[in-house]
Design a protein around this ligand. Structure first.
Ligand code: PLP
Length: 382
């Protein structure tokens, strides 16, 4: 009865969703599945942030806010960006229900039918879908031959971009690889972006989750202030995935243009959630440090356990993912891993990286040991 819009036919439902469904079906049959496919921290939201949200709701912050966000939060975000070396003011920020919505609005605002967008593979699945929904054309640079690092792939990136390129998406620390790009890599991006007049989205949602490296914010580099859209959110650093809170920052007219889309779609991010966001930005240093320390221990544990079975993935320096080198047919591997081994992973093909499977180590040490043990016992590393 419905005549669907052509644009929704261009995209597929997310691969992680399919894995989640398979896991749910097995669990409904009473099977214990070790789920290493999820993209969220396994910690509760810090208590003081929860309290701030509750108090805000109780004190009546339950109506609409101004579309781009409450002044206190936009100020706090601009201050955080300035700490990262980005020249930012509150008026250049839009607060969104999650970083995903921020990315969606930016892509919709910049990309017309036929515009070229360059992605670095393996890439988070939604970038591709967002570009396709906007009608853009994708061009991809494969980082897999370079252990997922960008610096050794700069020549390839130079080949991929041209004066026709409208937008480049950089995500460091990266999902799904955990790679943190070097300063030299980001400077290489800057040189190409300036040469070809390209706008760059810097998705920094995992920026606080790093192990012994300090990620540089792309927008802080000379020449990048007017062409970088910095996207970030609260989901990962503060374990707030379900609160839905994120933002983007850009200089110039982008905020007023994207602001039209924002106000005509979501109106604003949830009022009391924005107040909780102020608390998250201001008073969570210890909680974040504890989570990051736990992720680091788990990364090290997983690397040790894998090494015992002769599996040596590129060592991630950030986020809570790693890419296991698996069979050429990673989709079948991941399907078998869940159906026979009862371990849920995401096939690398979903991210443009066939031959790998992504695991998330945002799980307890006990479950990580169990999951890797099952994969080993099931012959999945042979
Ligand atoms: N960007 C990347 C790279 C992600 O991995 C995610 C979540 O998985 C997001 C953005 C979106 O996060 P949220 O919408 O929860 O803020």
């Amino acid at each position: 009865a419905y005549d669907f819009a052509e644009r929704v036919g261009r995209v597929e439902p997310s691969a992680t969703l399919a894995i989640g469904n398979a896991a749910a079906e097995l669990e409904a049959d009473g099977v214990d599945v070790v789920d290493l496919s999820v993209g969220e921290p396994d910690f509760p939201t810090p208590e003081n942030v929860v309290r701030a949200g509750q108090e805000s709701m109780e004190s009546g912050h339950t109506g609409y806010t101004s579309s781009n966000g409450i002044p206190e939060l936009k100020e706090a975000i601009a201050g955080k960006l300035r700490d990262d070396g980005v020249d930012a003011e509150a008026g250049e920020v839009i607060v969104t229900p999650g970083a995903k919505q921020a990315l969606y609005e930016v892509v919709q605002t910049l990309i017309d039918e036929g515009d070229e967008v360059v992605l670095l593979d393996p890439a988070w699945v939604s970038y591709e879908a967002m570009v396709k929904l906007a009608g853009g054309d994708l061009s991809r640079v494969d980082l897999a031959p370079h252990d997922f690092q960008l610096e050794p792939a700069l020549d390839a990136l130079g080949q991929a971009v041209s004066d026709d390129t409208e937008l480049l998406v950089v995500n460091s620390p990266a999902n799904p690889t955990g790679a943190v790009f070097s300063d030299a890599a980001l400077e290489g991006v800057r040189d190409l972006a300036v040469e070809h007049d390209i706008a760059v989205i810097s998705d920094e949602i995992y920026e606080q989750i790093t192990y012994g490296v300090e990620p540089t914010s792309l927008g802080s580099l000379d020449g990048m202030a007017d062409r970088t859209i910095t996207v970030n959110g609260f989901s990962k650093a503060y374990s707030m995935t379900g609160w839905r809170l994120g933002y983007f920052h850009a200089k110039g007219d982008l905020v007023s243009q994207a602001g039209k889309l924002h106000s005509h779609s979501v109106s604003c991010a949830t009022n009391f959630v924005q107040h909780a966001g102020v608390e998250a930005l201001g008073n969570t240093e210890t909680a974040v440090d504890q989570m990051v320390e736990a992720f680091r221990d788990r990364r090290d544990l997983v690397l040790d356990l894998l090494a015992e079975h002769g599996v040596e993935p590129p060592r991630p320096d950030g986020a809570f993912y790693m890419m296991l080198p698996v069979a050429d047919d990673d989709s079948t591997w991941a399907e078998d891993a869940i159906e026979q081994g009862h371990v849920a992973t995401v096939p690398g093909s979903a991210f443009g990286a066939p031959g790998y499977a992504r695991i998330s180590y945002a799980a307890s040490e006990e479950r990580l040991r169990e999951g890797i043990g099952r994969l080993a016992d099931g012959g999945f590393f042979d």
